[in-house]
Ligand binder design. Sequence first.
Ligand SMILES: *Cc1c(COP(=O)(O)O)cnc(C)c1O
Length: 388
Amino acid sequence: MTQTFPVDALKTKATPYYYYNIQLLKETLTALKKEMSSHDNYYMHYAIKANANPIVLKPIREAGLGIDCVSGGEIEAALKAGFPAESIMFAGVGKADWEIELGIDCGIRCFNVESIPELEVLNEIAHRKGKVADICLRINPNVGAHTHANITTGLSENKFGIDMAHMFDVIHRTEQMSNVNLLGLHFHIGSQILDMNDFVALCKRINELQDQMDAQGIRVKIIDVGGGLGVDYDNPLKNPIPAMKEFFDVYNKHLKLREGQELHFELGRAIVAQCGSLITKVLYVKDNTNKKFAIVDAGFTELIRPALYGAHHKIINLTSNEPLDTYDVVGPICESSDTFDTDIQLNAAKRGDLLAILSAGAYGESMASCYNCRKLPKGYALEDIMAD
Ligand SMILES: *Cc1c(COP(=O)(O)O)cnc(C)c1O
C-alpha cells in the first residue's frame, strides 16, 4: 500500500498535530501477526513508550498484542486502554517503589529486573504485600547494534541490564529469595536496527548463555529478546511496512529455544513509526543570502528526534505542486537545534502551506514537551477529523 493524505480534511485542524493512518497501522499489525502465526509460543508486547495515544493503542489491543512498559505511568496507560495486566512486561533501570507496588498490585506478567539492588527491593516489597513477583533478569549481552550511539543499549558500557559475568550469581540470589520467581531472561540491544546481523549476534549470545545454564541444570520458561527493528525513514512512502519477515526469520533460524520455552518480543518503533505524520503549517518563508528557510509552526517540542539523534524524517509539501526548491525546515523554538532538516527539496512553499513530516508515529508525540510554554500536540485519526 502507499500512504495517501486526505489533504482537504487535514486542512480543517489547527496545526501542529499528529495524523495517524490507522489503516496503515492495521496492515502493519497484519504483517506482524502473519509472521508470528505459525509459532504458538511467540508473544508480542508492544513497547508503549513509542506511542501511548489511545488512537494507536486500540488497534494494537484488538490485534491481541501485550504491552512492554518502562514506567508506572505507562502501566496505567496500558490498563486504561484495556490491555490485561497479565500481558504487561515492566522493564527500566530505575523503577521507583510506587511503580513496583503498582506492578505487584495490578498483577503484571513480569518485572524485567535490571540490577541486584532492584531485585532486593522488589523481593522486599512483594514480601510486605504477601505476593510473589514473577521476574525476568535483563542481561546486558554486550552485543553492539549498528545504530545511533544514543539508542544502543546492549553494550557493557550502557546503563541497562545485569552484566553477563554476574548472571549466575544473580540467578542463585533469586533462588534464595522467597518473594520473587525467576521466569526468564530478558534482552534489548537498541533501537532503529536495520542490520539483521545484530539480531543474529544476540541469538548467538543467548544460545551460549543457555548452554551454560544447561550445564548447571538451570532452565527458564521465558526468553524475551526485546525490540529494536528499524524502519525506512528515507523512503517511508515506498516502504511503509518494516521488514517483519527478515526480523522473525533471524529468530526462527538462529535462536535455539529449549523444550516448552516461550519467546517474547517487544517491538515499538516498527509497529507505529510509519503510521504517524506530524502535520505543520508554513508560517514564513525567509530568503537569506545563502539559505531559504521554511519556518513552520511545529518544533522540537512536537518531534525531538532530529534535535536529539540527528534523525532525518522525510518532509513533503501537501499543498503545493510548484517546482522543487531547496529549504532548511525549521521550527519556532528558541534553540538552533530546532531544525527538522537542512537543504531538502520541497515543492515550492509559501505561507499557509501544509507540510507532513513523515514516519513520526514512534517517539514523536510520546516525547513531546511544553518548552516555551507551548501546548502538547493533539493526535487524530482520519475518523476524528471527519467527525467534527
Ligand atoms: C524501548 C524499548 C523497546 C522498544 O524498542 P523499539 O526500538 O521501539 O522496538 C523494547 N524493550 C525495551 C526494554 C525498551 O526499553
